[in-house]
Design a protein around this ligand. Structure first.
Ligand code: WAQ
Ligand code: MG
Length: 263
């Protein structure tokens, strides 16, 4: 692949002044674009910012930067969907999965207690040994960036897995795959801050991406994104990886599912 002219394109939008001035986070987005597609990519993020269910932005920023590093390719996490009939059941499942991934009960409860009331535009990082928040970024959190999944390959994957062709699942799975790829990530817990979207997930290298169909009540604008981090790894290096390491998700069809495929 010719990696020479790829751009990181990032958007953030807020209401009532910019994020720095205490405005309410409305929407964010990040993708990797070729030079030829830049106009389309900016337009795509502009559309996302202007049509968001959290509100109409009055601060909006879109930034393009040439990526001057090789872009790593990683396969997507495996996806599983757990159907639940209530938020309580969903939250119970989420806690169980976090435990399975190696986070203790105490740390899980401590993390839940630290979910901020005010919107954060990134993820909060929790030390998986102590349960303390370690990113020190307050309402900003850490925004994972510089990752994407090329459309044709993504659509092939969607078809093979019989999943809905859904931009939100794509974005979340791309992020979860990048985050879980780093050794320091023990697990991730997430649900949307979009009031009408109640499905969330727990992800880790060993669990894969486990969707849970209800993690919050319909209409609730409070989202959550927590990374449980093994702090025996260097934190600054980890945050730099999340923010800067460019990555494409790339799915290769499994030979087992297509026995007649010629090599
Ligand atoms: N880096 C770090 N944190 C982020 C990022 C990012 N790039 N994007 C969003 N967040 C944080 C931020 O605090 C948001 O408030 C919160 O996550 C939720 O973001 O059906 O839509 O984009 O499989 O609203 C998951 C289930 C949907 C999808 C998650 O999150 C499915 C979702 P949203
Ligand atoms: Mg959102």
């Amino acid at each position: 692949m010719d990696n020479s002219r790829f751009y990181s394109v990032r958007m953030r939008a807020s209401e009532n002044q910019s994020h720095e001035k205490g405005g309410k986070h409305i929407s964010g987005g990040e993708l990797i674009s070729s030079y030829q597609d830049l106009k389309k990519s900016v337009d795509f993020l502009l559309e996302k910012a202007l049509t968001h269910s959290r509100g109409k932005p009055d601060f909006l920023q879109i930034q393009c930067e040439l990526i001057d590093q090789p872009i790593t390719q990683v396969p997507p996490l495996t996806v599983k969907t757990i159907e639940v009939s209530s938020v309580e059941e969903g939250q119970q499942k989420a806690r169980k999965l976090l435990e399975q991934a190696g986070v203790s009960k105490q740390v899980i409860e401590k993390a839940y207690a630290q979910i901020p009331d005010e919107a954060v535009r990134g993820a909060i990082l929790i030390d998986c040994h102590t349960g303390k928040r370690i990113d020190g970024r307050k309402d900003r959190g850490v925004r994972v960036s510089r990752m994407d999944w090329e459309r044709v390959n993504f659509e092939k994957w969607v078809k093979a897995k019989a999943l809905p062709l859904n931009q939100r699942i794509k974005e979340a799975l791309v992020l979860a795959t990048k985050v879980s790829t780093h050794q320091a990530t023990v697990a991730e817990l997430c649900w949307s801050d979009d009031p009408e979207y109640v499905t969330g997930y727990v992800a880790s290298k060993t669990l894969g991406y486990q969707r849970i169909t209800k993690l919050k009540p319909y209409g609730d604008e409070r989202g959550c994104r927590i990374f449980f981090v093994d702090t025996s790894y260097d934190l600054d290096t980890y945050i730099t990886y999340l923010e800067k390491q460019p990555m494409f998700i790339q799915w290769e069809e499994d030979d087992v599912t297509r026995p007649n495929r010629k090599k």
